[in-house]
Design a protein around this ligand. Sequence first.
Ligand code: CAO
Length: 464
Amino acid sequence: MLEISVPDIGDFDEVEVVEILVAKGDRVEFDDPLVSIESDKATMEIPSTAAGIIADLRVAEGDRVSEGSVLVVIEADEEGEPASQRDDDASQEEPRGGASASTSSAPSDPEAGSETSAQPTLAKPPLVEHELSADAANPVPDREGLPHASPLVRRYARELGVPIADTPGTGHHGRVLIDDLKRQVRDRFAEGGSNTTSQLGTGIPPMPVVDHSAFGTIREQPLTRIQKVSGPALHRSWLTVPHVTQHDEADVTALEKFRRDQREAASERGLKLSPLLFVMKAIVIALEEHPTFRASLAREGDRLLIKEYFHLGIAVDTDQGLVVPVIRDVDRKGIFELAAELMATAERARARKLRPDDLRGACFTISSLGGIGGTAFSPIVNAPEVAILGLSKTKVAAVWEGPSPIDLSSPLEGRVVETSGQFVPRLMLPFSLSYDHRVIDGAEAARFTSRLSRLLSDPAGLLL
Ligand code: CAO
């Protein structure tokens, strides 16, 4: 008879037996897993150090064991492996090595032991260890009808929202291991599609499948390559970033006059001076003053990674879909230089000639729909950036100039009073700042947009 005990398992003590993988009378081969134990960091399968029949089980699920605790007794095969194939070091290290002869005839003298040719092999098969991220505090009992899996694996599956019954197990007797869960999650993501999120346990019900042709003629139009790439990125940002959008506007009357005055000089150089260029310069100043707007949240979620460069992503509308090339070092470039670069970049984007590097490294993005129309919109943050500015179309608005016509000294009774003020026509640029509320507070966002508004209403201050 041979006792198989817990081998050296490092610093762990009193670890829990979470699964017995064999029954009395079972035949096992060398290296077959016998029991599964679980620490707060890993599950480990303790393998058999001999071939034979299980004569006795010395532990039950839930027991706590340490190095040297006897797990099972094996009636080892008469024909042990040839001595030459044994791991002699392991036998000499008994009981540390995990198995010991339990009969009273077991030689206490190491030399005598080596003479026992029928002594079962004492080679130490490797422990199979699976790293875990969860703790083992509350194991869940096995459930009938489900594939074998340790309580910790089951709990990990629940956290991920992976149905364990659908997870092919690659462990002994089809046991589901942590690696199987990870593979399942990877496969589901690779499948893509809206069903993914519901299968991963976000609680979002899958979209119903509707036969639209039942209501009239339809035609199919495949998504472009760009849409196939940008769609999941937008979806991810929409689902993972808590968005807030702050709307504001800037009086760009003076800026527009300045821009028109410069138009000729620009066209002589073959350039167009779009309002977007001035917004880019203003954004750089606002970003210098508000570093969190050019940050990304570290993966661990415990700190910000603040970028000390001023590369801006600019959303460009192409016939294939939306792309966001990056204009680098906007802080170091003048308006004409930026105009040339923006035109060239938009052209390359529309000719599908952008390189992967052109699309990387922004710390903030601007999306301008000003050339098209609209009064406001809520852009989606280009994560992992934390803020994006949407520009709408400049409009002429009646703006009150002069003292307020409402007497604010008694706000509850605010009354209209005679003042010397008047409505004047001004050019107003509406803009919308969407931001990641995990990183930016509403008050900070309002300060940012107010600053941007002031910068845009003072072209001299902006460009000097
Ligand atoms: N208000 C009024 N007019 C504006 C304006 C604004 N805010 N912004 C631009 N314009 C004017 C320009 O001055 C230009 O006028 P002229 O033809 O008289 O010179 C005209 O509108 C067209 O401008 P544009 O759009 O070609 O150029 P731009 O520099 O303003 O923008 C670019 C360049 C690449 C950003 C833009 O072409 C583009 O693709 N915008 C779409 C971005 C997009 O799709 N965003 C949505 C993201 S969310 O899905």
